[in-house]
Write a protein that binds this ligand. Sequence first.
Ligand SMILES: NC(=O)c1ccc[n+]([C@@H]2O[C@H](COP(=O)([O-])OP(=O)(O)OC[C@H]3O[C@@H](n4cnc5c(N)ncnc54)[C@H](O)[C@@H]3O)[C@@H](O)[C@H]2O)c1
Length: 420
Amino acid sequence: MTVDAVAVGAGQRGFFVYGAWALRHPHRLRFVAVADPDPNRRDRFADAHGIGPSRRFADPNDLFSRGRLAVAAVVASDDRSHVPVTVSALEAGYEVLTEKPAAPDLDGLVTLVRAARRASGHLHVAHVLRFTPFFLTLHRVVTSGMIGDVVTVEHRENVASWHMAHSFVRGNWSRAGEATPLIVQKACHDFDILTWNVPSPVTALSSMGSLFEFRPDRAPPEATPRCTDGCPVGDCPYDARRIYLDTDDTGWPHHVLGDDLSPAGRLAALRSGPYGRCVYRAGSDVVDHQVVTMQTAAGTTIALHVHGHSAEEARTMRYDGTRGTLRGFFGRRHELEVTLHRTGSVRRFPVHAGTGGHGGGDDGLIAAFVESAADGRPGPTDLSEIVESHFLAYLAEEARISGATIDVSARRERLEGALR
Ligand SMILES: NC(=O)c1ccc[n+]([C@@H]2O[C@H](COP(=O)([O-])OP(=O)(O)OC[C@H]3O[C@@H](n4cnc5c(N)ncnc54)[C@H](O)[C@@H]3O)[C@@H](O)[C@H]2O)c1
């Protein structure tokens, strides 16, 4: 059965991930309307999917005021628009897949959950990691009892330095007030994985972190406002000329520069657009390193590290249990092994890389959503799990700013009251 869908947001995720999947699987997903305020992106999407002029909308409200044009709605607009757009889609009766973070803050999350409870359709959130062969295997191993009871976890989200500079210093997510803080934007996925694998509820949480590097006072004195101004700093790892011009690659992140990806087009984008700015003076205000420590009701301790100074893009993790130690690496290579305390024997788990973006997570997520939407069923991540991953991320940011250790149990009770 082909599921008809409307798309809200036709940028990197909307066009290159969801749109591209539908074009590769025309018998499973078909987009029949699109909303995006950017006319080029709107038309690019509509042209690719054969959507006529009457189904191209600048404002998603105009799309939803038409009633239910399809079974499903995919919300891939920017972070701050997810709540109003998703609520409208739910009220119009769609099965909704919304990008993460589902809401930028707790008030938004409460609004969203209330709308989802009232709706006939279901709310799905793009927690792509859950659909990767790697994290599915990790979950299976941790919950199988092989390492015994989990005593302590270290989970690291090591964002590569060029990715940090692209997305969180020069790009869409460089200012928390316009998008969301790094710990919400990037790590709501990691909170989701941690609470999935360690189901005992978190009872206490604290956090530290700061913007260490991408500040004007860290700029080399001779650095120019743009890399393309002839910046003489030869050893800068963030030189936009090297990152965006010294390559024939026009995939992500290069295609984010603009529509003209010829060398001349990319150079013009660096000269005038956000991605050519000196990272030290780009005005970023999101942290580039943050540590969150948590304790669960069962007594397990968890340390989550998120930072943007990694030579290599990878999530790495270590779970120490009463019977064994698990170590994992999810990046260019996927590795998962358990060493048993009693025998010292090591078992390695074969994990295939998955196809497509996010280690197979994008393809897995969309396939699961389409299947659930076709039957009007909830997705694999239920509402309470969506609430928990986002709730902990907001508390982590609050704890970082206040310096306080948060009594999560008391705050959860308050949240449950607000959701009743
Ligand atoms: N699941 C993941 O792992 C993952 C990965 C990357 C990005 N994301 C999320 O996906 C979302 C989109 O990211 P992106 O990289 O595609 O950004 P993008 O800037 O490339 O695309 C966003 C698009 O939304 C449009 N838009 C803005 N406001 C809108 C509104 N009110 N209604 C309709 N369209 C609107 C913009 O014009 C733009 O075309 C973000 O929330 C981001 O956090 C999720």
